[in-house]
Design a protein around this ligand. Structure first.
Ligand SMILES: C[S@@+](CC[C@H](N)C(=O)[O-])C[C@H]1O[C@@H](n2cnc3c(N)ncnc32)[C@H](O)[C@@H]1O
Length: 298
């Protein structure tokens, strides 16, 4: 069932007031794949929690991944629930194509259907009665999250579970002392993002509990998971840091000190002595917050 349903596609963009450029989308896709690879054990912990609340493995036959990106959640759940089929929804055709390419490569193409839809518009009809809905770091992009919670509730069967996975910030990589520039670069630069974030993504880092209960869900679990990976010199970590720090640099270009921007340029360069692709002192500090909402049986 690897058909590629085209839903209407109006203004979907970045949530930052315009469509993402192809280049930015490709960088985001690469970043999502690296996130899945580098933070595998963090994601496994999240999926373990979901599985512990979803009944027996065979109880999950149909699930949806909302804002599926390159399919990290879809594929983790397909392997955890071997009887299940997935509907992966994303507003970006580039993401759904990337996800389907991976499904072909990993042998799950017959278990995944991709739906391209803007979840700020009319929701696709999932046929009702879903066993599980999953959404990872996508709900904070919704224009009207309360409405999104009601849509999810309606799509689930009674007793069905909604796994809402969120972040409050991007992962961090750099030590205090870089051997170049002033200490504390990463935190200083990230602080510059805050005012922008509060306006553009007001639900980033929000408490989703009240939104879930407001839509009729019972909270089955609420957990925070943290990962702190010691430096290994891994290539994937270097590439992941490069993409995240380039994104940071773009967003603070107006606000940051010239000296800090120059250091970020050196860190994110492909070559050069300070490039994150060469450093052996990168850590990865990341977290996920998870809410499990259950649609009451009656
Ligand atoms: C940060 S990514 C997370 C992807 C994936 N869930 C993961 O955890 O790796 C957010 C995804 O949500 C999608 N998205 C954002 N707003 C959307 C909307 N209004 N409708 C559909 N998808 C949306 C983006 O295209 C992107 O693929």
């Amino acid at each position: 069932m690897a058909d590629h349903t085209h839903h209407h596609h109006h203004h979907h963009g970045s949530g930052h007031g315009g469509p993402e450029s192809a280049e930015r989308q490709a960088a985001l896709a690469a970043m999502l794949d690296l996130d899945a690879e580098v933070l595998r054990s963090l994601h496994d912990d999240v999926v373990d929690l979901v599985a512990a609340h979803a009944g027996d493995a065979g109880d999950v036959r149909r699930f949806v991944d909302l804002g599926s990106g390159t399919g990290a959640g879809t594929f983790a759940l397909l392997s955890r629930f071997p009887e299940a089929e997935a509907v992966a929804v994303d507003g970006s055709p580039m993401m759904t194509e990337h996800m389907l390419g991976k499904a072909k490569a990993n042998g799950t193409a017959d278990r995944v259907r991709a739906v391209e839809a803007d979840l700020d518009g009319d929701w696709p009809d999932f046929g009702g009665g879903l066993d599980l809905a999953w959404s990872a770091t996508a709900m904070h992009h919704m224009a009207d999250p309360a409405r999104a919670m009601r849509e999810v509730f309606a799509a689930l069967r009674p007793g069905g579970l909604f796994a809402l996975v969120e972040i409050d910030s991007q992962p961090r990589f750099l030590p205090e002392e870089l051997g170049i520039g002033r200490p504390g670069l990463e935190l200083r630069c990230r602080a510059l993002l805050e005012p922008q974030r509060a306006v553009e993504l007001p639900y980033l880092g929000a408490d989703w509990g009240p939104l879930l209960t407001g839509a009729g869900f019972e909270i089955a679990a609420e957990r925070r998971f943290e990962a702190e990976l010691a430096p290994t010199g891994s290539k994937a970590v270097g590439r992941y840091a490069q993409l995240v720090l380039r994104g940071l640099r773009d967003r603070i270009a107006e606000a940051a000190a010239a000296e800090d921007l120059a250091v970020l340029d050196q860190l994110t360069d492909d070559d050069g002595a300070h490039s994150v692709l060469r450093r052996a002192d990168l850590t990865v500090r990341a977290g996920r917050q998870v809410w499990l909402g259950r649609r009451p049986v009656k």
